[in-house]
Design a protein around this ligand. Structure first.
Ligand SMILES: NC(=O)c1ccc[n+]([C@@H]2O[C@H](COP(=O)([O-])OP(=O)(O)OC[C@H]3O[C@@H](n4cnc5c(N)ncnc54)[C@H](OP(=O)(O)O)[C@@H]3O)[C@@H](O)[C@H]2O)c1
Length: 269
């Protein structure tokens, strides 16, 4: 990538994207502007050779600015950006629940892409949903695509689907972590130590993910294929079904969408 990238916010998500980008491009100039946490910034400098920068330098030296602050801090950042010449800059916001119209309100005419990566960016397996703002040129679409394709897969969607995407992929690594955590706890209760249970669950999760990715069968067909009637897997799955796991998952996904909608509402107040 020939253009510099500037991060406004270098926390969990910013750091995950940076670590992924650095794995694929050692030469890329990455500037980071954060608020107060000097230690966290220094960590990014040590690990990924980012250039710690004031906002002014970050803006001047970057064709792409990635806003990776908490949703509640986006407004403050947009206020700060008002004084800069942003023509020809591409803004990419990863903030959940902050719609495009907020960016236009503070920075009229700005080229902005909303992106929703997930934290698997750090291992180059992000699933990133992307929304193209109305002023974004074809070249800028290509730049945005390149950044997120470097850290996983991308899917371009209309903005109406963004909250659903947050629920199904943005927040979803944590759902799988919870399941893994619960299975490790079950393993310990069944007599394994933490480390043994961790290895068993990790390898099984990786294998199941690879099966879903590499076989041409749906997860449902794969599940049926490993479930003999009245066998051991059948006994376990019966408990999940009796306790309505599929319904719980749908309710959790809906709660996530609701929270994203509420956050959008808070922005409009
Ligand atoms: N975590 C996820 O799984 C995930 C997934 C997709 C999208 N997101 C989105 O990513 C965004 C960031 O989340 P996070 O978990 O990375 O938060 P975080 O760890 O709290 O990091 C936020 C960063 O923003 C910086 N910051 C705050 N106000 C600033 C300002 N005015 N100027 C410059 N920097 C400022 C903070 O500076 P200090 O370091 O000095 O505190 C920190 O580096 C959120 O909007 C979230 O919706 C997160």
């Amino acid at each position: 990538m020939s253009h510099g990238i500037g991060f406004i916010g270098g926390g969990n998500m910013g750091g995950a994207i940076i670590s992924g980008l650095r794995k694929t491009d050692q030469q890329l100039q990455i500037r980071v502007n954060n608020r107060i946490n000097i230690e966290r910034l220094q960590n990014l400098v040590d690990k990924y050779s980012v250039i710690p920068s004031k906002l002014e330098d970050t803006v001047k030296n970057s064709r792409v600015l990635i806003i990776a602050v908490k949703p509640k801090d986006v407004r403050g950042v947009l206020e700060q950006l008002k004084i800069y010449q942003l023509t020809d800059k591409l803004i990419i916001s990863v903030a959940a629940g902050v719609p495009l119209k907020v960016f236009y309100k503070y920075l009229p005419g700005i080229a902005v892409i909303r992106a929703m990566p997930n934290t698997s960016s750090a291992v180059l397996h992000s699933m990133t949903g992307m929304v193209r703002g109305e002023n974004v040129t074809a070249e800028q679409v290509e730049m945005g695509e390149q950044i997120f394709a470097a850290i996983g897969k991308t899917m371009w969607i209309p903005e109406e689907k963004m909250n659903a995407l947050i629920s199904i992929s943005g927040s979803a690594p944590a759902y799988f972590y919870l399941f893994a955590e619960s299975l490790i706890t079950a393993g310990v209760q069944l007599g394994f130590n933490e480390e043994e249970a961790g290895i068993l669950v990790l390898e099984t999760l990786l294998g199941a993910g690879k099966m879903i990715a590499e076989s041409d069968k749906s997860p449902g067909i794969l599940r049926e294929a490993v479930t003999s009637p009245n066998g051991t897997t059948f006994a376990a799955l019966q408990v999940f079904l009796d306790d309505k796991l599929p319904l719980t998952v749908r309710k959790a996904a809906q709660a996530c969408v609701q929270r994203a909608e509420d956050m959008e509402g808070e922005y409009e107040e």
